[in-house]
Structure formats: C-alpha cells, structure tokens
Design a protein around this ligand. Structure first.
Ligand code: BG6
Length: 520
C-alpha cells in the first residue's frame, strides 16, 4: 500500500503546558515482594523519575519488604535498577540522596509475628523523618500472599491508623476467576475501605491510553461518528515479541486470557467504547466503564480461540517453544495467545464486532486499537481504478498506537496526482507523540504511583469492574480448562498467531490488520 505521510505537531509549542501536578504529602511507601523484578525494573525507576521532576515530597521513604535476608545491598541493587531500567545517568546528583531513602525489612508474608516488627520499624522511620503517619502499602508479591498480608496489616492496626492517610496498591492478577476475585475483594474490604484501595492496571498509566479519552471527549468532530452508524468494526491487539521471560510458574497458572485480556485489554476496550462521563472524576469515569462492560453479553465459546507458541524465529533470533521454557510443563495446555470476538449491546454499539487478540512471541511488538469505518454507500472511483499499486479503495481507519511509536493515525483516500484517471490512494495523516511532544521515558507506573499517593482512584480498577470482567471470562476459562487443546503448539514463534484466529474473523468477512506500527 502506498502511503503518504503528514505530520501533526502542537499548533504552538509554547502553548504546551508544563504540567500542574500536585505534590503528595510526606509518606512511606512499603513495597511487599520488593526483591522481585517489578520493584527494580518499574517501581523504583518510576519513583526516581518523580523525584527528578520534583513530584515527590521532601520527606519520603521507601521500605522494601520480602522474605530474603537482605540488608544495605537492597538499596544498592535498587540504585543499579534505576540506572539500568530508568535510563538514568550514574552521575545524576539526585541519585545518592534518593538511594538513602531506601531501606529493607525482611518479613515472612504469612507470619503474624513479623508484622509487629514491621510496625515498629515504620514508626521509627516516621518519627525520624517527621512523616505524620502516611503510608502506602504496595503489594507486589505472588497473588497468594495478598490476603495474608492484608489480614496482618489489619490485625496489627496498620490499615486504619490513628493519624495519617493509608492506602494499599494491589498488583494484578486480582483473583484468578470470579469466585476468587469476589473472595479477595471481600478480604480487602474487611480491612480497608474501598477509597483506600488502588487495584493497579499499569495500562491505565500509559499516556496513550489516557489520550484516547482526550481524543474522544476533548474534540468535537469524532464523537458524532463514534457509533454503529459509521463504524464497521474495532480491532484491539496486544502483540508481544517476548516470551515468558523466566516467569514460567506464574504464566502456567495465568495464560494470555487472565494475564492480559481480562484486565489490560478490557480497560482499553472501555476507553474506546464508554459514553462520555460527566466529569473526569473517579466515580463518573467508573460508572461509564462499568455500564459498557455490563452491556457485553456472554461470549460464545466458539468466538474465543487460543494458541501456544512453538519454536521459531523472532526478530532474527531463534527461540524455543513455550513447552521448552524454564519451569514450564512439557505438555502444558496454557495458552500464550488468545483472540475473541465480542459485542456490546447498547444503542451506540449494537451489531459492531470487537475483535481482541493478545499473544506472546508474535511477529512484532505492537499494542494498537484500530477503528475501521464503513465504506461510503457508493464507491464511484474504484470502478475506474487502473492496475497500479493504489487501485484498491480502503475504508477509513483510525489507529491508536498505544506502544511502541505512540501516536494516532487516520487513513483516508486521496487522488493520485497527474494520472488521467481518478485513481485513489490510501494516505495516512499521522500524529506521533515523540515528534510532537518529545520522547517520554514514563513507564505507566509514574502516573499511577503519584495518583495513589495523592489518593486519586480515577485510573485504578474498582471492585465492580474487576468482578464484571471475571464474570465475562470465567466461563471461557472453565471451558478451556475442561477440554485440552487439540493441537498445541499451534503457532510458530515469530508468526501472527494460530490459523484458528484468522478463521474467527473470516467468519464475519473480516481480517486481522497485521501491518501494525508507524508507516513512516
Ligand atoms: C503484564 C503481563 O501485566 O503486562 C505481562 O503480566 C505482559 O505478561 C505485560 O508482558 C505487558 O505490558 P506492556 O506494558 O509491556 O505492554
């Protein structure tokens, strides 16, 4: 397809606001499961970036908690993580001061005796730094420890202190099916009030995800066409080139549907499809998201397909199949790819198919949402098209590139100049985040950590939403668990997934878009 590029820039760069973020009050962030990868790769680099831009309070401490008997080496390791994963220069003058705020407390998550010691340690740091009782507990452990940690925080009076604000951030997966999510919600709400709970989904911290709301609700021209009258179908893809990266035991229990579809992709879907909230406050946004999720009827099992990667070549490198990955069952039936078709039964969307797919070890890393519009009622030009490269008239397409190469593009047809015929060629009008605003190093966690410290739940999942999404996916998970897949592995690493996924779309005359990424 020949494409023509048009760049979009801020109309006037001097008008780009510098940001008007609030700085949270003094506090201690206590990270449970701090010896895991997430802390070093994402959380600490995110906190340090907040420090660099002056958004952390002066009195702020980070206490890592995990089972291993670590000491000062923990702070040194986190400092190294900030440099490596946060692309920070080792000579950054703020780095040493920041590392001095980090300490470690060894604790067995299910041993009540250790929590008394933790409380004493937090009170000591609090007094030393004049923090005033504010605490944010971040649960980054394996999910089976969420409930014991919460219960112990409650029993040791750390959830409802006499002074200060306390919150708890809970990582995904929040439960592994509807029943376990309900039970976990119950355990959490027995100790913390809902307003103290921040169920994190790092997709909501991504600028491009938030920008979908701005695109839809801060611009007058898109909403009138954002409905079944103009939109043919929507595709949401979360394609990764990575495999399970040493997380075999976790992934064996999760699989693509639980790991990515039930949470990240459903959040993306809600941002594309929800009605305009009356304001951008947590309650108004949550209400609209829940409304649209509730309008999704049960997904027939025939409309969901699964896949597992075998060996293959990804980005020029030979890679092993899923069943040969470390600590994975050699006969594993876990899906590393899931695709499905769903509908939304409301006035805006009735009859519009939504296709979602997520997979590991695919051809290209790209998370994208594409909105394909209907063709004009009469195609007068393609009748006269010649046989050149541009003869096909393609429907209009709006694409949100969530990552990488963040941006938005609009495809439309243009007349090819100088030919005698009315040849129509698809051209792309492209807005590129980095070109317009400069490259951002934010990883999604910065925004969310800041919001949690400020007590703003707008970009976090609420208990209703979590349960509605589990209710939608639990029947599929149960059906898949009851029947082993016939042929696994069923796609090569480095391909676009299993054939059954293409057939899923062919049934309605559609086709996956595999030309993802920026067309420069
Ligand atoms: C995580 C999943 O939640 O999201 C991972 O557990 C997945 O398996 C990751 O790789 C994808 O996140 P991102 O931000 O790289 O798209």
């Amino acid at each position: 397809m020949a494409t023509v590029q048009m760049r979009v820039r801020p109309e006037d760069l001097s008008q780009v606001p510098k940001g008007s973020e609030r700085i949270p009050e003094a506090g201690i962030m206590v990270i449970f499961g701090a010896s895991g990868d997430l802390t070093k790769r994402k959380l600490l680099p995110a906190l340090f970036h907040l420090e660099q831009v002056g958004l952390l309070p002066k009195e702020f401490a980070i206490v890592g908690v995990a089972r291993r008997p670590l000491g000062d080496e923990f702070a040194a390791d986190m400092r190294a993580g900030i440099v490596e994963f946060g692309s920070v220069d080792t000579s950054d003058p703020k780095l040493n001061d920041f590392a001095r705020r980090i300490s470690y407390f060894p604790l067995k998550f299910d041993d009540p005796a250790d929590y008394a010691g933790l409380k004493t340690e937090l009170d000591r740091i609090d007094k030393e730094r004049g923090i005033g009782g504010n605490r944010l507990f971040y649960l980054a452990t394996a999910p089976e420890y969420f409930a014991p940690i919460i219960q112990n925080l409650g029993e040791h009076k750390m959830a409802q202190p006499r002074r200060g604000q306390v919150g708890v951030v809970i990582e995904k997966p929040f439960g592994h099916d509807l029943e376990s999510a309900r039970e976990l919600n119950h355990q959490v709400n027995a100790v913390f009030q809902e307003s103290q709970v921040f169920r994190i989904d790092h997709y909501l911290g991504k600028e491009t995800v938030q920008n979908m709301l701005v695109f839809r609700f801060a611009n007058g021209i898109f909403e009138p066409i954002w409905n079944r009258n103009y939109i043919d179908h929507v595709q949401i893809t979360a394609a990764e080139t990575l495999g399970v990266e040493g997380r075999g035991p976790f992934y064996e229990k999760a699989g693509a549907l639980r790991d990515v579809v039930q949470n990240h992709m459903m959040e993306l879907l809600s941002f594309v499809t929800m009605e305009p909230p009356s304001s951008f406050d947590a309650e108004a946004v949550r209400r609209e998201k829940v409304k649209v999720w509730r309008a999704i009827p049960p997904i027939p099992i025939l409309n969901a397909v699964r896949g597992q990667y075998g060996s293959g070549i990804v980005e020029g490198q030979k890679v092993i199949g899923y069943r040969d990955e470390e600590r994975v069952n050699p006969e594993s039936g876990t899906e590393t790819y899931a695709a499905l078709r769903l509908e939304i039964e409301n006035w805006r969307w009735a009859g519009v198919p939504f296709f979602l797919r997520a997979g590991k070890r695919l051809k290209k890393r790209a998370t994208e949402i594409s909105i394909q519009f209907k063709q004009p009622p009469l195609l007068i030009f393609n009748r006269m098209a010649n046989s050149g490269p541009c003869q096909e008239i393609q429907p209009n397409l709006i694409t949100f590139r969530i990552q990488p190469d963040e941006g938005i593009s609009l495809r439309f047809g243009a007349k090819v100049p100088t030919t005698p015929n009315m040849d129509v060629c698809p051209v792309i009008m492209d807005f590129d985040y980095a070109a317009a605003f400069g490259k951002s190093s934010a990883n999604g966690y910065e925004r969310l950590l800041l919001d949690a410290m400020l007590g703003d739940p707008t970009l976090f999942s609420h208990r209703d939403g979590v349960e509605i999404n589990w209710a939608l996916y639990t029947p599929i998970l149960e059906a898949w668990a009851a029947k082993s897949p016939e042929v696994f592995p069923n796609y090569f690493a480095g391909s676009w997934g299993p054939e059954c996924s293409d057939h899923l779309l062919e049934r309605t005359g559609h086709k996956w878009r595999n030309d993802l990424g920026r067309k420069a």
